[in-house]
Ligand binder design. Structure first.
Ligand code: GCB
Length: 643
């Protein structure tokens, strides 16, 4: 037998693979130790299950508008390859009185983490540049059988991370999690974690320079030290397959030098115990029947305790099982048609005027959506924090989750594509076990061109390769027929590759007046479900006038009253997410005494008070939720008196 044919056999290949993996792990480990740069891999999922130390709290900060801690006066980077010890503001102490050190974290101001800097310090409200964060921490000696990771929920937009004076690495993208392995780099006391966070908008970034939301900078989500065994569970997915057999398929991905292990998946309440061997790459695939399970739905958001273990490692999760698919123009949840009664939201707490960061913030936003009668939310326009999807799992809200491919980004730039794809990967990896998430959205209002469609089609294929179990969409645009402005046409080559056709439309606000809604005729030539991803108009809460006076609650209420029947004329209509639950900050919105830096399309004002349109939509949703009568009643939308 030739050497070649022996490795053509499966056992031989596996054996070679295992050997290569051990060697590779050794080489990477050696490289990492000697360069000081930690490899940034896909993060360990389910951070809460692994946390040993929260690094949330008060961090010292240096505001550095000229990035002087990062580049010298010739614009050379302090952390260039040739100087692996990192940037300038690395928490150095003067060793003698003659030593020149022109900064001092110890006596610098503090900011809370998680949190954006804009809402914590008036001087930083419009700030778009670098802030250096420093946090000291002690950690009891860790066992040699474990690995440690520093985990960031998100940092907007770019983060350079340094531990004890040495660079760990960089992350780009403001809304997704990242981790650095720090095994062997921690001291028992006095660890210094320094992060340069820069939120400058970039033309080639994702998003690009122009958006309609506030560019909150900082360590906006939780920071923690995690611990896991040397060979640990990195990633896993459990997916209920469509069909009456109720079979769950999934995998567990181990990570570490000794990956060929037995993996066990247990769901005690359903008497499920599955054991399966991981292949030499650490991947264990399994399938089992879900007998007697209650499926997850908005009406019954049943979550099961799932335990995943593999010699030495153990992860606990709460997972709901449901299916989502399309059939013709219907969206089927657990095999049954569903109408998505939704609302769009930004990740912002309007009462505080900053990023929504905590579980309490998530409960408030999602609680308002529930009060409105929603079974669905659009988390616009970027990945929201992990609590949102976990709490939606608990509350029974379906989710459209999105990446910030917004308006006009650099479609021809391969770096921009890689950045978008990376953000999508990090979002899907984090949330792939959330029953609430049913749609991955690729983009919002992107102008049709060959380069844009090629970019987004590639992104769709990537999303499907990572997660074949959910629907794909994007918020597209509507165009008026040049011959008759009342004919609204939705035609976009992207709609050929998405599962659901979604579009934003603003008849009655940016286009004409609410009375024009009655004249609209639709051309949506796709045999696919249609979701209206946005409609709406601004109203200042408490401003009253007649229904034709812009920015009054009456105008906005009238717009909702006229828009809903107009949308119901689309035969494939299967849901909507009007724009938007709450007023949100946006630097584009400059009208004095009305906008004052807020987009006022919220159904809830900045003080938490519901506007009239809130009740119009609430009434519509109550009717949609009721069991449908045999003969459909024409939609009549009255103004419901405020309670
Ligand atoms: C849109 C955008 C959204 C804006 C909204 C508006 O189409 O998708 O980000 O905030 O319109 O208020 O104009």
């Amino acid at each position: 037998m030739t050497l070649r044919s022996s490795f053509d056999s499966r056992a031989g290949r596996d054996c070679l693979h295992a050997l290569m993996k051990h060697l590779l792990f050794g080489v990477i480990f050696a490289l990492v130790s000697c360069t000081g740069l930690a490899a940034m891999e896909a993060p360990l999922m389910n951070v809460a299950a692994r946390q040993v130390l929260s690094l949330n709290g008060r961090w010292n900060v240096i505001v550095d508008p000229y990035d002087n801690g990062f580049v010298n006066y010739r614009l050379d980077r302090y952390d260039a390859e040739t100087q692996p010890t990192g940037g300038y503001f690395l928490d150095r102490k003067p060793s003698s009185p003659s030593d020149l050190v022109e900064y001092d974290f110890e006596h610098s101001p503090v900011l809370n983490v998680p949190g954006d800097w804009n809402s914590q310090d008036e001087k930083l409200f419009y700030y778009e540049s670098t802030v250096w964060y420093r946090r000291k921490f002690d950690v009891s000696p860790r066992s040699a059988a474990t690995r440690q990771f520093i985990s960031f929920g998100a940092a907007n937009y770019e983060a350079d991370v340094y531990l004890n004076g040495r660079k760990l690495g960089r992350h780009t993208g403001g809304f997704t999690p990242f981790q650095f392995e720090v095994t062997g780099k921690l001291h028992a006391t006095g660890n210094s974690l320094v992060v340069r966070v820069n939120n400058q908008r970039r033309a080639d970034g994702v998003p690009t320079v122009n958006t309609d939301w506030w560019n909150y900078g900082g360590l906006t989500r939780d920071v923690a030290l995690l611990e896991a065994p040397v060979t640990c569970i990195r990633d896993y997915a459990l997916r209920l397959q469509p069909g009456p057999e109720r079979r769950v398929r999934g995998y567990v991905q181990l990570d570490g030098p000794d990956s060929a292990r037995i993996v066990k998946v247990e769901i005690p309440a359903l008497q499920v115990t599955v054991e399966t061997a991981a292949n030499p790459s650490g991947r264990a695939e399994f399938e089992f029947a879900l007998n007697g399970a209650e499926l997850w739905s908005p009406e019954h958001p049943r979550l099961y305790d799932v335990a995943i273990s593999s010699a030495g490692d153990h992860i606990a999760e709460k997972i709901g099982f449901r299916t989502i698919e399309t059939k013709g123009t219907d969206i089927l949840l657990n095999g049954k048609p569903v109408f998505l009664r939704g609302i769009s939201l930004h990740e912002e707490n309007p009462l505080r005027g900053g990023r929504a960061t905590t579980p309490e913030d998530a409960r408030q936003l999602l609680g308002w959506a529930r009060e409105l009668g929603c079974n669905y939310v659009r988390l616009a326009h970027y990945p929201h924090n992990e609590y949102m999807a976990r709490i939606a799992d608990e509350l029974g809200l379906l989710i459209w989750a999105e990446v910030p491919v917004y308006w006009t980004i650099h479609w021809d730039d391969p770096g921009t594509y890689t950045n978008a794809e990376n953000q999508l990967t990090e979002l899907i990896t984090r949330d792939r076990n959330r029953a609430s998430i049913i749609i991955w959205s690729m983009a919002n209002e992107t102008p049709i061109s060959p380069a844009r469609t090629a970019f987004l089609t590639k992104l769709v294929a990537h999303a499907r390769s990572l997660d074949p179990s959910r629907l794909i969409s994007a918020a597209m645009e509507v165009h008026a027929d040049p011959a008759d402005a009342n004919i609204k046409i939705v035609e976009d080559p992207l709609a050929e590759v998405t599962d659901v056709v979604s579009f934003n439309q603003y008849v009655g606000w940016y286009v004409g007046l609410p009375d024009d809604c009655a004249k609209v005729r639709w051309v949506v030539p796709y045999k696919k479900p249609v979701l209206i991803s946005e409609f709406g108009g601004d109203a200042l809460q408490g401003l009253h006038g007649d229904r034709l006076t812009r920015f009054t609650e009456e105008f906005q209420a009238d717009l909702y009253r006229k828009t809903l029947p107009m949308l119901e004329k689309i035969p494939q209509l299967r849901g909507m997410t009007p724009w938007i639950l709450c007023d949100f900050r946006s630097p584009r919105r400059v009208l004095p005494a009305i906008q004052d830096g807020w987009n006022r399309k919220g159904l809830i004002g900045e003080n938490g008070t519901r506007k009239q349109a809130f009740y119009i939509l609430q009434e519509f949703y109550a009717r949609k939720a009721a069991p449908s009568p045999r003969v459909a009643k024409p939609v009549e939308l009255g103004l419901v008196p405020r309670p």
